[in-house]
Ligand binder design. Structure first.
Ligand SMILES: C[S@@+](CC[C@H](N)C(=O)[O-])C[C@H]1O[C@@H](n2cnc3c(N)ncnc32)[C@H](O)[C@@H]1O
Length: 388
């Protein structure tokens, strides 16, 4: 972790923006008898109308933002995803729906690859909680593939009936989580309060229902143990399953199985914040200006998906997923197109797939509804569902 003293001080207008959000949070705290759950705080810090990190105007994703994601690193990532979409898209009336499309670069690269394969879907739907990113996505498409713009449709809510592929890269990690600490067999919920003119974190005994869910995680630590639990998953998968009439859902994110997530040594949890490519552990700092994120518990994802009648088709590492979806072929093709970029391309492949980079920390889970599980014999070779 980098220390707080090394964080750049935000410019005055950004600080003013953050102060406005702090006032709103302070009001919510007052209206809730002096404290709000960390989950509510994180929701406001990221998504509060006109002020939250993802819904207000700063440039978040990419080299000039706060963090970089796989599709920003290399088009090879989106080309491999396109490869995985091919079979499903050959079915009549199948389209793509991307949730949380960021800068729009993945959408563009994916559609360009599908165009090359003569497998363009009629529609590429995008659903993002951020109106600001919507504009940026349009600009990216206009700049890189204006001839494909008419395929894109922006939605404000999930469609009533969708057939095809739903994609979400690094969306699960941006969901607000409950933060808890177990100490001497007592379970505490982290809350955010207002003291001496600032936001402070405090620990209160967890409400009964939350306590029960945390107790079920079977964490047996003799020293204080802090971690997170995502309570949004059941509702999220239920609404997605209601929208999906037939097809698959591909989710890519950093995270672990429950056993790894709640390992006794991971006693400080996984919550981190990003500000201008620096990592901090201070989520109450500059609300609205820094990203707050937690790793994904893929066992919980699989359980919620199962409850929502979505079948877990594949669970594997990003490295294995990319390798089984023609990473090498796409790399060689790009090398032939851009021989002078050999070093850069090799570096991109390393970042996407080395275990010490994104290759193993990032996982891919594929969920299906009404599809033949044997659809993807290549992924079957790298499948790690037994770990979930
Ligand atoms: C970390 S960014 C990832 C952006 C992009 N997928 C990428 O890989 O660069 C998270 C994105 O998810 C969006 N998001 C979070 N929760 C969402 C939800 N429930 N539905 C749709 N989008 C969501 C945010 O607005 C943001 O655009």
């Amino acid at each position: 972790m980098k220390f707080i003293s090394k964080l750049p001080i935000p410019p005055t207008n950004a600080l003013e923006h953050s102060h406005k959000l702090v006032s709103k949070i302070q009001k919510a705290i007052q209206q809730n008898n002096g404290s709000i759950s960390f989950r509510r705080y994180m929701d406001m810090a990221l998504y509060e109308k006109n002020l939250g990190y993802y819904v207000a105007g700063s440039r978040k994703i990419g080299k000039s933002g706060d963090f970089t994601t796989a599709p920003e690193i290399s088009p090879l990532f989106s080309q491999c995803l396109a490869n995985r979409c091919l079979e499903i898209l050959q079915e009549k009336q199948s389209n793509i729906l991307e949730l949380g499309a960021g800068s729009g670069i993945m959408a563009v690269e994916l559609m360009l690859e599908l165009e090359r394969e003569l497998c363009l879907p009629e529609h590429y739907f995008i659903l993002d909680l951020s109106p600001d990113l919507k504009q940026r996505q349009k600009e990216t498409i206009e700049q890189l593939a204006p001839h494909l713009l008419h395929h894109f449709i922006w939605l404000d809510k999930l469609p009533e009936s969708f057939k095809g592929v739903i994609l979400a890269n690094e969306v699960l990690d941006a969901m607000p989580i409950e933060l808890f600490t177990i100490h001497n067999s007592n379970i505490y919920q982290h809350q955010v309060a207002w003291k001496e003119d600032q936001l402070v974190e405090q620990l209160n005994p967890a409400p009964e229902q939350l306590s029960r869910l945390i107790a079920n995680l079977n964490i047996n630590s003799s020293s204080p143990y802090t971690s997170e639990i995502n309570l949004n998953l059941d509702g999220w998968f239920k609404s997605i399953s209601e929208a999906l009439s037939q097809g698959i859902l591909i989710l890519i994110d950093y995270g672990y199985t429950a056993k790894e997530y709640y390992h006794i040594d991971r006693n400080k949890g996984t919550l981190i914040c990003h500000y201008q490519h620096r990592v901090t552990e201070f989520p109450l700092l500059y609300p609205g200006l820094q990203d707050i994120t937690a790793s994904v518990n893929f066992t919980a994802v699989a359980e919620s998906a199962d409850k929502a009648d979505l079948q877990v088709v594949t669970y594997t590492t990003q490295a294995a997923f990319l390798a089984s979806n023609n990473l090498e072929k796409f790399f060689i093709r790009r090398l032939e197109e851009l021989p002078e970029d050999q070093y850069k391309l090799a570096q991109e492949v390393r970042t996407l797939s080395l275990p010490s980079e994104m290759g193993e920390r990032f996982k891919v889970i594929i969920l299906g509804k009404g599809v033949n599980e044997k659809l993807d014999p290549v992924s079957a070779q790298v499948d790690q569902r037994y770990k979930l």
